[in-house]
Design a protein around this ligand. Structure first.
Ligand SMILES: Nc1nc2c(ncn2[C@@H]2O[C@H](COP(=O)(O)OP(=O)(O)OP(=O)(O)O)[C@@H](O)[C@H]2O)c(=O)[nH]1
Ligand SMILES: [Mg+2]
Length: 265
């Protein structure tokens, strides 16, 4: 009776002492092989789980402040055609077949730029996101830099975006307009602005609605001036135009976005 109590734990399982003794009696090489096998199996399982979660997320969110050109870009990507647009008041979702040999499809979701709508739809779609297509009006950038940086800060410190290390493409749109800033200049100014923002944000208490499920995280490396390479996700900058106002036949140049979407899919 007393022997049974020593070898069997409270739940009818072998006690730790018994397991230890059995393991000590084994050949150490057999033991290391078993441990290595268990480690390999667990890693395989985790890798499969991670892969499944990535392949099940096939949505690309088009984000950006009002009037940056998200809806026109979506229309061009889907049909190639120019379309008159109005301020979006709802998210628009469509299937997009990427331009590559395999031709897998993605779901593109155009999130309205208007602030309160944008937050609502972002919460709704972000869990399914595979990547973010962040559209900037390069011709209005000087005027809008603060607003653009605030939205970008919110996205880059979002728990779901960080957890899935979502790739981000910053599409510097409206390059057909002569006043348009280059992608390089936009990147530099955004880095400066985000650097300032993270100082003010970390000093001030959060002003976010407490009902929001978003968790705000640290942006970039502490004690270093911010640059996009410090982020866990890949952030790329490209120039594009969804409309060429200078040409008779309204043309578009969205090949950089199409290439990114093909790589993402
Ligand atoms: N010149 C020029 N105009 C553009 C370009 N892309 C979009 N526009 C114009 O910019 C305006 C706003 O475009 P939308 O696609 O409606 O902008 P949006 O980002 O969807 O705006 P919200 O729905 O308010 O968030 C429209 O008049 C477009 O025709 C471009 O590359 N060049
Ligand atoms: Mg729109």
């Amino acid at each position: 009776m007393s022997v049974k109590q020593e070898t069997v734990g409270t739940q009818g399982l072998p006690s730790m002492e018994t397991v230890r003794q059995v393991l000590l009696e084994q050949d150490p090489t057999v033991l290391s092989v078993v441990v290595a096998l268990v480690v390999v199996l667990i890693s395989l399982l985790l890798w499969k789980l991670l892969k499944r979660s990535r392949t099940s997320r096939r949505t690309v969110l088009l984000l950006g402040v009002c009037d940056s050109g998200k809806t026109l870009i979506l229309s061009r990507l889907l049909t190639g055609k120019y379309k008159m647009t109005q301020m979006s008041i709802s998210a628009l979702s469509a299937t997009y077949r990427v331009k590559s040999d395999k031709g897998p499809s993605l779901t593109l979701v155009d999130i309205p730029g208007y602030e309160s709508l944008r937050l609502h739809f972002l919460e709704q779609y972000k869990a399914a996101a595979r990547g973010l297509l962040f559209v900037v009006d390069s011709s209005a950038f000087q005027r809008e830099v603060k607003e653009v940086a605030e939205l970008l800060y919110q996205l880059l410190t979002d728990g779901a975006v960080l957890e899935n290390t979502l790739p981000v493409l910053i599409a510097c749109n409206k390059q057909d307009i002569s006043m348009a800033k280059s992608a390089k200049l936009i990147q530099q100014q955004l880095e400066k602005e985000l650097n300032t923002l993270r100082v003010t944000r970390s000093a001030a208490p959060s002003t976010l609605d407490s009902s929001s499920s978003s968790t705000i995280h640290q942006l970039g490396k502490k004690g270093k001036d911010f640059d996009f390479s410090q982020l866990p996700m890949k952030v790329e900058f490209v120039e594009c135009s969804a409309w060429d106002s200078k040409k008779e036949e309204s043309d578009a140049n969205l090949s950089s976005i199409e290439d990114w979407l093909a790589r993402l899919a």
